[in-house]
Design a protein around this ligand. Structure first.
Ligand SMILES: Cc1cc2nc3c(=O)[nH]c(=O)nc-3n(C[C@H](O)[C@H](O)[C@H](O)COP(=O)(O)OP(=O)(O)OC[C@H]3O[C@@H](n4cnc5c(N)ncnc54)[C@H](O)[C@@H]3O)c2cc1C
Length: 399
């Protein structure tokens, strides 16, 4: 079977749904193919996001499991903890599949046709232009533009030669249980646990409450191969973060997991080229996530939207070439400013030095009532000058 449309979106994660909503809102005939049989499953995200994401995308409150107004950060290295209370809701933990379903409803109401249980398998080429995809069931979906939002598999971008097959070498892995009977300390507070040796090998551990007696409890780490990552991360998690030595032991000891969320994320920052003739890549496929804190949902939505806006302009101007689609990369770079470069520099700081400087800084910012700078850090929204204010000891050394 051959189907035609203006814009074909691959993948119904935040990037694909952001792209589909925008594309169909602009009146383009939009098809989205999703390999899963249900939108929003399996959950591969902890789902912490910012209040403005919920507002900007006109989402109902029910997409949030628990609003967040404060953060605890504890360093096992120096046994210090600081609480930052913003005194207002700044974000929340998403009920992830409801969140994606609500986005899908918006796309469908604006005219997107969603095809479930359909795996995009390879691009259809016309010379060196991508002009659709073939699906695993043998259908051909022809389009003027393809937006690849297939997450870290980046299936179409890889097969079209835009992304090298082995690009995602710098991977982080996240693993968490969502648990019931967790003794939640404060349902509106997110907790981060850092400190290289005692808690996690490289990155951080977290507790994201999703109710009064429920929480997502997880660790993220960085290793070299997916096999190694999964084995080590899970073993570490079981051995350490739930063990008697863990700082959360008293709260977690009677808790029972009812969901497990795991997945990989790229730490390399946005790819240098995210477009080619007839093709754009958005979200995790384009490595558009913060390497500092692993936040990807907001970027996936924003950049899916920008890809669709560019598709609209390209179709209107009848120019689907990469020279035209380059505009998409420029729009993404404009949104990011220097924030990802600053984040990459901070990632190079030796782990203990980094976390201790962070705790020192948060204590100071709290005393000086400069909590907005802390929020900018949590959002990876810092300019270089702001990062120097947060980490004065890094100036000239890492920043
Ligand atoms: C454990 C973990 C915790 C995280 N926690 C947070 C967090 O708290 N906050 C935050 O902001 N970010 C978090 N992230 C990152 C965030 O979840 C991702 O950056 C975000 O989901 C990326 O969205 P996406 O649409 O690009 O990709 P995905 O969410 O991966 O969606 C890709 C979609 O494409 C579909 N697909 C794949 N291949 C095909 C194919 N061939 N054909 C059709 N469909 C296909 C998939 O089924 C999926 O639905 C976390 C990531 C992990 C791994």
């Amino acid at each position: 079977m051959v189907i035609t449309c203006d814009v074909l979106v691959v993948g119904a994660g935040p990037a694909g749904l952001g792209a589909a909503i925008t594309s169909s809102k602009k009146g383009l005939k939009t098809i989205l193919v999703e390999k899963s049989s249900e939108i929003g499953y399996p959950v591969k995200s902890s789902g912490l996001t910012w209040k403005e994401v919920v507002d900007d995308w006109n989402l109902p409150d029910r997409v949030i499991s628990q609003w967040t107004s404060s953060f605890y950060i504890y360093s096992a290295h120096s046994d210090r903890e600081v609480e930052i209370d913003f005194g207002r809701v700044v974000g929340g933990t998403l009920n992830f599949h409801i969140f994606l379903q609500e986005l899908a409803f918006q796309a469908i109401r604006r005219g997107t046709k969603i095809i479930l249980s359909e795996r995009a398998s390879e691009p259809i080429m016309d010379g060196d232009f991508v002009c659709g995809v073939k699906t695993a069931s043998g259908d051909k979906i022809k389009s003027k533009i393809v937006i690849d939002c297939s997450g870290s598999s980046a299936i179409i971008a890889k097969k079209a030669g835009l992304i090298p097959p082995n690009w995602n070498v710098e991977l982080g892995i996240g693993f968490e249980y969502e648990m019931l009977n967790y003794k939640v300390r404060n349902p509106n507070a997110i907790e981060f646990y850092v400190g290289e040796k005692e808690i996690v090998p490289v990155s951080y551990a977290w507790v994201f409450p999703t109710g009064k007696d429920r929480a997502r409890v997880g660790v993220s780490t960085v290793l070299n191969t997916i096999e190694e990552i999964e084995k080590k991360s899970i073993r570490y998690y079981e051995d350490r973060f739930l063990s008697k030595e863990s700082p959360i032991y008293e709260r977690v000891k009677d808790a029972q997991p009812f969901e497990m969320h795991t997945g990989a994320y790229s730490l390399g920052g946005m790819l240098n080229k995210i477009y080619s003739n007839g093709l754009m890549v958005a979200g995790d496929s384009a490595s558009q996530a913060s390497m500092l804190v692993g936040e990807g949902i907001r970027y996936a939505l924003e950049f899916g939207k920008r890809a669709a806006e560019t598709a609209f302009d390209a179709i209107k101007d009848n120019d689907l070439s990469e020279d035209y689609l380059k505009m998409y990369q420029e729009k993404c770079e404009e949104y990011l400013g220097e924030t990802f470069e600053v984040a990459a520099d901070l990632l190079d700081v030796p782990t203990d030095e980094y976390w201790e400087a962070l705790i020192d800084s948060f204590i100071l910012m709290k005393e000086n009532r400069n909590l907005e700078l802390v929020l900018k850090y949590l959002k990876t929204d810092m300019t270089r000058e702001e990062a120097k204010k947060l980490f004065p000891s890094f100036e000239g050394k890492y920043l």
